[in-house]
Each structure stands twice: as C-alpha cells, then as structure tokens.
Design a protein. Structure first.
Length: 77
C-alpha cells in the first residue's frame, strides 16, 4: 500500500542518496531506481525512487532551499 507522506526528512548523499532519517530512524538505501528532474518556476526539483530492506520511498530535493521531502512510502504490497 502506498501512502502520501509529504514530510521533511534528512538524507545522506554522496553521488546518490545513501540513507533517509524519517521518524527518528535511519533507513539505509539499498537501491536507487528512477531519478528525474523537473522545474516549477525557477526551482529545480530532483525526484528519486529508492528502496530499503522493507520500504519503497519517493524522495524530493528542492535545489533552491536544499530541503528533502519524503513524498510517498510503500511497503511493497
């Protein structure tokens, strides 16, 4: 089941997301799937689909403010 979350999160990055801190828990990212960008006005957004051991997540990075948001989370069912 997919749930729309739209919460601010912390993300560890190198060349791609490595972990997500959500609800005081670190979720290690095992795989980065789709990555795309889009513009809304002058702001560029990066969207990442990632998987952990138990969850699938959709992350958004606002390049104007450098704020990460967890947009959606799914348990894979």
């Amino acid at each position: 089941m997919t749930v729309v979350v739209n919460e601010r999160v912390k993300v560890g990055m190198s060349d791609s997301p490595k972990w997500v801190k959500w609800k005081n828990r670190i979720h290690e990212i095992e795989q980065v799937g789709l990555h795309y960008t889009f513009r809304e006005g002058r702001t560029l957004y990066h969207i990442f689909s990632v998987t952990t051991k138990t969850l699938c997540m959709k992350l958004s990075l606002d390049t104007e403010t450098l704020i990460w948001r967890l947009m959606e989370v799914s348990d894979g069912i």
